[in-house]
Structures are given as C-alpha cells and as structure tokens.
Design a protein around this ligand. Structure first.
Ligand code: NAD
Length: 373
C-alpha cells in the first residue's frame, strides 16, 4: 500500500501529516511512502530527512498516485479532482461544514476518514489529534497571552517592592483548558476556571486552579466526552459569575466548545469594557464563532484598552511538536484500518464507524448526516 503525504496549502499552516520518525515505522511494516517536495519545511523536517527515513520525495503527481493521501487540513476541491477514483484520504475534515467537498469525493468514490471524528474512548487515545493539538494549543495560548501582557505572572518580592501574581481566568477545562491551567500555574499565576461539567472541578483543583461553581451545573449532560448544549438559564447564571470575576483578570483564555455547534458567547463586549486596561484575551474558540463577542479570526484586536487575540491555528505555531504528535495519531489510525495490502474495514467497529465519512459514493457518517439533513 502506498501512502502519499501532501504539502499543506492553507495559509499560515506549517504542520505536515507525517514526520520522518513515523515514516520509518511505516516502512518497517512494508508500506511505501511518497512525500511531496518541501512538505515538511514548515515543521523543520527537510526532504533529506524524509529520504533518510525511506520515503520517496517526489513530484505532486507521484504523491497523488498513492492509495491513501494524508494531510492535516481538509483536501480542497482541486486536490480531490487530482485523486485517483476509488482511492482514500485522511485529514482533519470537520465534514459537516463542507458538503460540497463531500459531493466531489462521492463523485469519485473516494473513501474519506476524518481525524476530528475519532471517538474519545481510551483505546483511541493514541489516534486523537484533537487532544494532541489542543494540548499544545492550550500551552501556547498562555505563552502568547503572557507575551502581550505588560505584566509578569509570578509573585515577585524585591527590594523595590512586591509584584502580585497575574490573575488568569480560563473558560472550559477540556484538553486545551487544563493544559492552559497547568502552564499558567507553572508560570506563577493565580488561576480560576469555569466549566459546565462539574466533574472538571477535581481536575482543575489537582492542577492548582480554583474552580468557579455555577449553580445548577449538575444538570449538564455529557455525550461522548463532550458537553451538550446548556440551558439559557445556566448561561445567564454563569454570565453573572463571570462578570464579577473578569474585572480583575489580567489574562482570559476561552476554550468553551459545544461539539458541532457555534461556540457560546461567554465574554460580551460589555464585559470587555469592564476589564482592566492592559488585560489580554486569547479566544481559542474563534474558529467556531468565538467565545468573545468582539474577537476576530486571525486578528489581534485592541479595544477598550484590552488586547483580544483570535489566533485560529495555535498548533501551527508549534509545528515541530504538533506534526510529531499528529503523525503518531494519523499513522495509528491508518494501522488500525489497513495493512500493507490495503484497507480492511470492519464497518461495525466503533473507531472505524466513527471516522469513516464517505464510502462507495455516499456519506455514511451518522453525525455528519444528522447535521447535513
Ligand atoms: P474540549 O471538548 O476538551 O473542551 C471544551 C470544554 O469546554 C469542555 O470541558 C466543556 O465542558 C467546556 N464548555 C462547554 N460549554 C461551556 C460553557 N458555556 N462554559 C464553560 N465551559 C464550557 O475541547 P478542547 O480540545 O479543549 O478544545 C477547546 C477549544 O479550543 C475548541 O473550541 C477548539 O476548537 C479550540 N482549539 C483551538 C485551537 C486554536 O489554535 N485556536 C487549537 C486547538 C483547539
């Protein structure tokens, strides 16, 4: 089976789907790998590194002649047009947002697998790129926020006076949020956290953060590891709690996600107005609409003396590590689905069922169909 790795085309994307180390392991298992020239440059993997690992570094035509194509981001219409009929592809797809790409894939009977659809179950942890990337993004959100803050994080007692620690407020204690808590604590900040899932309280506290409890939180349902939408009443109560906390915060990091839905607005323009001059907000949810009312995708907005960062691709800012982890995720999934002789799908098996989007000219993925129809 021949695996093809394409260079990412999305603006600002520095990651690549496979690292040289992971290619070595695939070659040991008798797969062959073709990598597009320069595909790893943004992650500091040279064509030479790939050749040494055993890959063929070649033209884009050679890569398209593979049995399965791997990328980080979704394939474009132009890329689908170059794929062989009946071939396969794997990437982060967020398929329900791109019905037109799915149509193109179906016209060519492309079998597609989506990395963002890996079920959040223990045996799929090694394939879970949302977790691996969100973990790095949570770290980077704090570093980036700290860089824009004109204050230090830790308590500092000096002969010239005492500097009190920075106050960091984090929304969402999922993968990104918990890593942000850990990173902000390591830098010496005082950290407070709000999440709709009460079970996150213990995790936040174990990292040294303070959990802000919203009344009625035990009513929130969790499906497949994700919080389902919360009631308007809950959001109102949460808003009142936030209003009182946000005024004193130096850095606010928002990571609140409701799977398949627009992100909830947790920080309104009024709240931004009430914040201290010089405060910073990093809105990690900006790609799915944002948790802050006035954040803008891929922009740094200055308003009311507050800096609002809407970087939508934090993992790309840590491309070397992000690609290493993504490569492990995608190759583990590939090895779950295929051998050197080709794909060997058990369509009833939970992980396979979870990730298979298009198959024999149809969208077969339940969640995607539910959103599309
Ligand atoms: P996750 O599902 O692990 O965590 C999201 C958390 O938000 C959950 O704990 C959930 O309970 C909580 N939440 C939902 N509604 C809430 C509300 N109203 N108030 C407070 N908390 C609420 O997700 P994750 O993997 O940690 O990712 C978090 C967010 O960061 C997502 O929006 C994701 O798309 C984004 N992300 C952004 C980047 C970037 O580069 N900007 C990178 C990775 C992830």
């Amino acid at each position: 089976m021949k695996i093809g790795v394409l260079k990412e085309t999305k603006t600002g994307e520095k990651r690549v789907a496979l690292s040289p180390d992971v290619i070595k392991q695939l070659i040991k298992k008798e797969f062959s790998v073709a990598v597009e020239q320069g595909a790893g440059t943004g992650s500091n993997f040279s064509d030479e590194d790939y050749k040494e690992a055993g890959a063929v570094v070649g033209s884009i035509q050679d890569v398209f002649a593979s049995d399965v194509l791997l990328k980080v981001n979704l394939f474009s219409k132009e890329e689908v047009a170059q794929m062989q009929n009946g071939s396969a592809c794997m990437s982060i797809m967020y398929a329900y947002n791109y019905p037109e790409i799915l149509d193109e894939m179906n016209k060519k009977s492309i079998m597609s697998f989506s990395m963002d659809a890996v079920p959040r179950i223990s045996r799929a942890q090694k394939m879970d790129c949302l977790s691996s990337q969100a973990n790095l993004a949570g770290y980077k959100s704090v570093i980036l926020g700290a860089n824009y803050l004109e204050k230090i994080f830790p308590l500092m007692m000096t002969a010239s006076g005492t500097i009190t620690p920075a106050k960091v407020l984090i929304f969402g204690a999922g993968v990104a949020g918990l890593q942000a808590v850990a990173t902000a604590k390591r830098l010496g900040a005082v950290v407070e956290v709000s999440d709709v899932r009460p079970e996150t309280k213990e995790q936040v506290e174990s990292l040294g953060g303070r959990f802000l409890t919203v009344e009625g939180a035990d009513e929130v349902k969790v499906e497949g590891g994700y919080a389902s939408e919360v009631s308007a009443e809950f959001l109102q109560k949460q808003k009142e709690l936030i209003q009182s906390k946000i005024k004193d915060s130096d850095l606010v990091i928002t990571t609140a996600l409701v799977m398949g839905k627009k992100s909830p607005i947790l920080v309104t323009e009024e709240m931004v107005k009430s914040m201290k001059k010089g405060a910073v907000i990093v809105d990690m949810a900006v790609e799915s609409g944002g948790n802050c009312e006035i954040s803008e995708k891929d922009q740094i907005v200055q308003k009311y003396g507050v800096t609002i960062i809407g970087e939508s691709n934090l993992p790309s800012l840590l491309s070397t590590n992000a690609s290493q982890l993504y490569a492990t995720n995608i190759s583990t999934l590939l090895l779950h689905l295929a051998t050197k002789d080709g794909f060997n799908l058990d369509r009833e098996e939970e992980i396979t069922k979870g990730v298979l989007i298009t198959y024999e000219g149809q969208v077969v993925h339940e969640f995607t169909n539910k959103i599309l129809n």
